[in-house]
Design a protein around this ligand. Sequence first.
Ligand code: HEC
Length: 421
Amino acid sequence: MEIFLFDWANLLLRWLHVIVAVAWIGASFYFVFLDLSLVSPKGDNPDKVAGELWAIHGGGFYHARKFIGAPPYIGGHLHWFYWESYFTWITGFLLLSVSYLWNPSSYLIDPSVAALTEGQAVVIVIAMLLGFMLVYELICRFAAKPGKGDGLVAVLVAVAVVAAAAIATELFSGRAAFLITGAMMATVMSSNVLFWIIPGQKKMVAQLQAGEALDPLPGIIGKQRSVHNTYFTLPVVFTMLSNHYGFITGHEDRLALLVLIMVGGALIRHFFVQMHGHKLGRHGHPWPYALAGVVLLVAAVVVSAPSAESRAATQPATQPAAIGGGPTPQAGSSPSLETAGALRIQKVMAQHCLQCHGVDLQMKNVRLDSPELLKRHALSVYQQVSVLRAMPMNNVTQMTNEERQLVAAWFKAGAPVDAEF
Ligand code: HEC
């Protein structure tokens, strides 16, 4: 029952999380585009309009304007943008809680990475979220000056992200490490909205209402934080999706892959930022950034390609004795080998898989506790175990390489299951 309700909580929270994140990132992308696309207004400018944008969308014309300092008046309703950000963080944290923190042994802790207790693992995750926020804050306080210091801040924040990712990969299962790295950046993004952007805007509105001159500083800081956020978006979205790709999160060079893809994502985001300004002749050509981003992604593909060694490990074993363990069968695929293989495979499944894919529990609807079911799932079993090495989940049962090779050999031999179970 608990599993059933947790699955529902997971599904509904994930759905909501994606919806609010789309709203947040969509609005954030829009305002970055808007700011970079403003042009000087035509004719007299008594209202001190810094720039305006004309657009057509959904069958109508739009005319947005940005003012230098205070606008002459605020008509009707003043729209704020914060609930999207807050709800993205809240739903994200709840999702992290039901998926990872509630039951740290299933996804968070990988004993072959670090033998943490459940309590330690949960405390470390929370400490990392807060710690990264603090480090980022210190970097911004000391390296960012209003309107400048952006290059230094970018370098220091990038170093902090790589350090955080390195710590996460040293402590947690691959998939959790990626997710936590993303969650740290996403927490900074929401805290920028909560602690800087919105309070700064509140100050501006209060000054406006009191008829005082606008202090430009909160606006400048808000803009700086909002620009940081825009570069975090693509890397964060990648980490959130990476969970489904065990061949990356479970790779031995996963830290390098994570860094390559995150930097690639930030460069591609920079391509879009540059492109908005380039259209109006303000920024240099954006394509070099896209190219650099794609080169890093290709580098990630190359780094993650299966090595000759692991390819050999998943070739059909012509010398089954090399598989190790169990009775030593004759060379070739005689019926006795198939029988022996099938029996051994079923033992391997019982030892490593059935607790999550058996009578009581069928993760991802995969059940492997009868010869027929095993036969039906043979291809995905082979992929998950021998190719992607994603199963057993986090290798909780410490499956050996020999056992993975046995699964590969069994699959290549036609996945025989006609022996007694
Ligand atoms: C600790 C629990 C656990 C163990 C042990 C485990 N699995 Fe899984 N398995 C899961 C979970 C959770 C998923 C869903 C993963 C996801 O959605 O990313 C899954 C998914 C799968 C899938 C479907 C993958 C897909 O994306 O279609 C297959 C096939 C699979 N497991 C096979 C195995 C095999 C074979 C073993 C034993 C060698 C095994 N699992 C051991 C938890 C486990």
